[in-house]
Design a protein around this ligand. Structure first.
Ligand code: G3P
Length: 225
């Protein structure tokens, strides 16, 4: 399972890239709005930092297919052809996906709440389909199960599309999809940081260091003795 950062704050992205093995960055219009900066200014900064070949996902904002295609062309022009263009999984979006897939544009079908949205997006040429795990949970359904069902639908129908699960609020949701082996998950910085954050871990490491310093002296490590 690829692990992707769902955020547009360059400081957070830099920090996560330094300490965690991640595979790219996803954004959406709300995430860009939270940055408070001009969209392409932020996105170009991210692209420059992660490199031309890394996965960057950027969403169209037009409502109709023709406008989505124009948005996609501009996104690729500004950020490179390796950029995944995110398109909402609605009829206008399917129309845009079919046209863009024909041009060879990389596509992430987004705003997915039901398996059949994902199925149609996959048939329209999407490389990824992004179910919104926590938002589905909040509707009273099971977001993790929806994502697993979508993964199974793709495999059972010979579709190459991968799940790119989005909208996580906790480690358990991510763990279950990691165990299942979905293609990718995109996760906000706070959920990434919470993956390895508990007192049992820090306490174990503190005990090892205290024991070792008791043997060789305070502040000394394996290189000093
Ligand atoms: O891009 C969709 C996903 O990032 C939504 O996440 O946390 O706003 O539900 P969230």
């Amino acid at each position: 399972m690829k692990l992707i950062i769902d955020d547009a704050h360059i400081d957070q992205i830099r920090k996560i890239y330094e300490y965690y093995p991640v595979d790219g960055v996803t954004t959406n219009p709300t995430i860009l709005a939270k940055s408070g900066r001009q969209p392409y200014e932020v996105l170009k900064e991210i692209r420059e930092f992660i490199g031309a070949k890394a996965e960057l996902h950027v969403q169209v904002t037009a409502r109709e297919a023709e406008g989505m295609v124009e948005d996609a062309h501009r996104i690729i022009q500004e950020l490179g052809k390796n950029t995944f263009v995110k398109i909402p999984s609605v009829p206008e979006g399917f129309k845009a996906m079919m046209a863009l897939h024909h041009e060879g544009v990389k596509l992430t079908a987004t705003a997915i709440y039901t398996p059949m949205q994902a199925f149609l997006a996959a048939k329209a040429g999407a490389d990824y389909a992004a179910p919104y795990i926590n938002r589905i949970d909040n509707m009273g359904y099971n977001g993790v199960k929806v994502a697993k069902d979508i993964h199974d639908i793709f495999r059972n129908n010979g579709l190459q599309t991968e799940v790119l699960a989005a909208s996580f609020k906790n480690s358990q949701q991510l763990l279950e999809l990691c165990e299942y082996g979905v293609g990718a998950s995109t996760v906000s910085p706070d959920v990434i940081f919470a993956l390895v954050k508990n007192k049992a871990i820090t306490s174990a490491i503190d005990d090892f260091i205290a024991d070792f310093e008791g043997l060789v002296g305070a502040g000394k490590t394996m290189k000093d003795c």
